[in-house]
Structure formats: C-alpha cells, structure tokens
Design a protein around this ligand. Structure first.
Ligand code: XUL
Ligand code: CO
Length: 447
C-alpha cells in the first residue's frame, strides 16, 4: 500500500504506520494478532478479512448523543472555511487514517463524503467533485471501495420514509439521491452497493398501508438494480437488515424476513444481505444466527462488524471485542465460502468519552485483532473437522435408505407414517451440547 501523504495536511500527527508486533506487545498502537500477510488455510489474513473503515462513524460522528453536545471536535470540520472545504479536509484525514491503519477498504454514504446542496443537481455536483478526489486518492494509495450507499434517513424530508414515503415527490427525491450514489459507487470501483432502510418502516400502523409501502420499496429496488446494471455495475447489492430504530418497525427486520421479501419480488438473484452484529441483537438473534441463516438461504454477502451492549435496547455500534463472537462469526463465514465482494466493515464508533485521536486507531486495532483471532479459531475448528463431523453424523440417517428417499421427496406421508410405526422407540440421542461447548473453549485457547 502506498504512503499516506496524499492530502494537504496531516491529521494524526505522531502516529505512524500500524504494524504487527505479536500477542505480547504492550504497544497500544500495534496489532497483537492481525498479521496481514500470515497465511491461514489457503489465504492471507488480509484476504480473508477484507477490513473496511466506515466513513460516517470515523470521520463524521462527533460524539453527540441525545443528551449531550459533541465531544469530538474534528479539526477537519472545525477549521474549515465552508462545507465543501470541510469535506475535502475530511477526505485527507480519512485517507491518512486508512493508510496508517493498513485497511484496504472503506465504505461511505453520499452525505458523509459531500454536503447536501440547495437542489438535487447541486448535491450531485458536490458529490461528483469529491468523488473525483476520492478516485485520485484511491489510485495513489491502493485503498478500495467496499460499498457505497445513499443516506436516505437524516434529512427531514425522509421523516415519513424514502422509497416507502406516502408522498410520491419524496420517493422521486430519494431516487435522485440513489442514482447519484450508484454513479459515485461505479466511478470509484465499488464492489457493492448497500441499502439500509433506516426509515423504510412505520411509526404507527394507524397511518400506514403496509402493502403499498412494501410494493413501493420493491419497485424502487428493482429500478435501482436495473439502472446500476445498465451502467455496467457488476458488484453485489446488499440489503442491511435491522428490526427497528429509528422506526418502530423496519421492513428489513432480519435476514429471514429480507429473504422472503427478496423472493416475493424476484430480487433474490441480485441482492444479498449485509449483516450487522448489533442489528442481529436488536432482532433478538445472535450474530452467528443471522450469518448461518444467510448462508443457508444463499444470500450471505457482507458484514457490518460491531457489537451491541446486551443490556441496552439500542444500536450502540461498539467495536467488536469478543473472541467468542468473532470465532463463531468467522466459522460461519468460512463455512459459507468466505467473502467474495463483501468484507468486514467497522460500522462502529468510539465512545463519547474517547476523545484522544489515538482512540480511533486503538478501536480499529482491537476490532481487527478480534477478527484475526476469530479467523484462526475458525480455521482450527474447520481444520480438524471434529465439530463438522459431529454435525454430519447427527444427520447421517438421511444419507442412505429411506432417510435419503425422504430427503429427495420420494415418500408420501402414508409411507413415512408406515415406516414410523416400525421404529419403536427412537429419538433419545444426546445432542452433546455441553461437550461441543467445551471443545469450542479448547479451540479458543488454541488447543
Ligand atoms: C445504521 C447502519 C447504517 C448502515 C448504512 O444502523 O447500520 O450505518 O450500515 O446506512
Ligand atoms: Co450498518
């Protein structure tokens, strides 16, 4: 990766390139487990993990919360002469950060990169100006775009939804934004394009026509897909499930719901899911449940890597730090064949009281190390095959004979029932959950 002096100013003085120093290092600004060139299984760590930095949390979020004013006065914003000037300096900071950290990807919303203008045309022009600079910087550094997206939830015009808005005028304004964001993504060689329907849901069922809203959402997604394909986009489209927040109910509730929606509207060939750990938790699922569900339905795409606070009911977007969770996640991801267009995007923000510039680095370092550990554990699990073989054996009665005939759809219910009456007592076979949990703990310790 090329050096980071591609902007006009340095925003993280005193911090150099982050390198791997090994598990015993006491340097907070070094990787303990993420060794990008290390081969795990058949690929290098960096090829497995495909880390991305989220432009919105890392360079736009200012530490404000519903109860308090900003605590992160970003120098690229506070010292700027105008919103466009701030956007350019923000990009300097972003590319300095990407290259010092050594991540190969980033992800962005249109409005993270360029400010909204007075009209859709001016907004689009602002975005194009910044995209031209981002393109230069990508070329100079080798950093790539994992995915782009449009922010269809911050502006007041979207308070009643974007593609699901009851007012056609707003739907068309959302289209202007999505078209420009797709163009930007294509221009930057983005490998994916994401739809997170932040306000595609409802606050009250009393004022909502569910059928119309879902039909409109599907129509809008079809149009976006057709436009992008016509423009030559070959990447993946992702839907990012989330059950609620900011709406009371969001249509893209969880992976299973999204899969049903995609199939009902014939979108399942082009769309996959971008699974976020914290969103899984809000839907009442484990992160690994969502990953395994997506894999089982053939729609696994990408990951927004973060974690929630299990005792809070909202999207805290914390940096991942649990090896148990990253190990199970990487196990599911490797079983699904690993990432193709997707990657691990840190949709995570440092805490309100993490006010040192180094905190942003340490947060990402911790997240990257956590997934590197998870990858190694997952590789150990798959490598010796103990868990996989246990699961295979558990279902072995469907591999041959009448079990296989059942699985192929060759038995009627009468035949199945007749077979049942000949089995006598069956079913008292241990699931061995405790043993498997103990084995997983051994893998976690590298045993
Ligand atoms: C919000 C969220 C978004 C999407 C992109 O919860 O996860 O940042 O990832 O719009
Ligand atoms: Co997200």
């Amino acid at each position: 990766m090329a050096d980071y002096f591609v902007g006009s100013k340095k925003y993280f003085p005193g911090i150099g390139r982050i390198s791997y120093e090994g598990p015993k290092s006491e340097n907070p600004l070094a990787f303990k487990f993420y060794d990008p060139e290390k081969v795990v299984g058949k690929k290098k760590m960096k090829e497995h993990l495909r880390f991305a930095v989220a432009y919105w949390h890392s360079f736009c979020a200012d530490g404000a919360d519903p109860f308090g004013a900003p605590t992160h006065p970003h120098p690229w914003i506070t010292n700027a002469k105008s919103p466009m000037d701030a956007a350019e300096h923000k990009m300097d900071a972003a590319f300095e950060f990407f290259t010092k950290l050594g991540v190969e990807f980033y992800a962005f919303h249109d409005r993270d990169m360029a400010p909204e203008g007075a009209s859709p045309a001016e907004s689009e022009q602002n975005l194009q100006n910044l995209v031209a600079k981002a393109k230069e910087r990508q070329q100079a550094t080798g950093v790539k775009l994992l995915w782009g997206t449009a922010n269809l939830f911050s502006h007041p015009r979207f308070m009643n939804g974007a593609a699901t808005n009851p007012d056609f005028a707003v739907v068309s304004l959302a289209a202007a934004q999505v078209k420009a964001a797709i163009d930007a993504t294509i221009e930057l060689g983005g490998q994916g394009y994401t739809f997170w329907g932040g306000r595609e849901g409802y606050m009250s069922i009393l004022n909502t026509d569910l059928k119309k809203e879902k039909d409109h959402l599907a129509r809008f997604l079809c149009m976006a897909r057709d436009y992008a394909r016509k423009q030559g986009f070959t990447g993946a489209f992702y839907i990012e499930p989330k059950p609620m927040e900011p709406t009371k109910h969001q249509y893209d509730y969880d992976v299973e719901t999204v899969a049903g929606f995609l199939r009902a509207y014939g979108l399942d060939q082009d769309f996959r899911v971008n699974i976020e750990a914290n969103h899984a938790e809000l839907a009442g699922h484990d992160f690994v449940h969502e990953l395994e569900t997506a894999a089982s339905l053939g729609i696994f795409g990408s990951v927004d890597a973060n974690r929630g606070e299990p005792r809070n009911g909202w999207d805290t977007d914390q940096f991942p730090s649990s090896y148990y969770e990253t190990a199970l996640a990487m196990h599911a991801i490797l079983k699904a064949g690993g990432f193709t267009t997707g990657g691990l995007n840190f949709d995570a923000k440092i805490r309100r009281n993490s006010v040192d510039p180094a905190d942003l680095f340490e947060a990402h370092i911790g997240g990257m190390d956590s997934f590197a550990v998870g990858l190694e554990v997952a590789q150990r699990i798959l490598g010796d095959g103990k868990l996989g073989n246990f699961v295979k054996t558990r279902y072995a009665s469907f591999d041959t004979g009448n079990g296989a005939r059942f699985a192929r759809g060759e038995l009627s219910l009468e035949e199945l029932a007749r077979l049942g009456s000949s089995y006598g007592t069956a079913g008292l076979t241990s699931g061995k959950q405790e043993r498997l949990e103990n084995i997983l703990n051994q893998y976690l310790l590298g045993l």
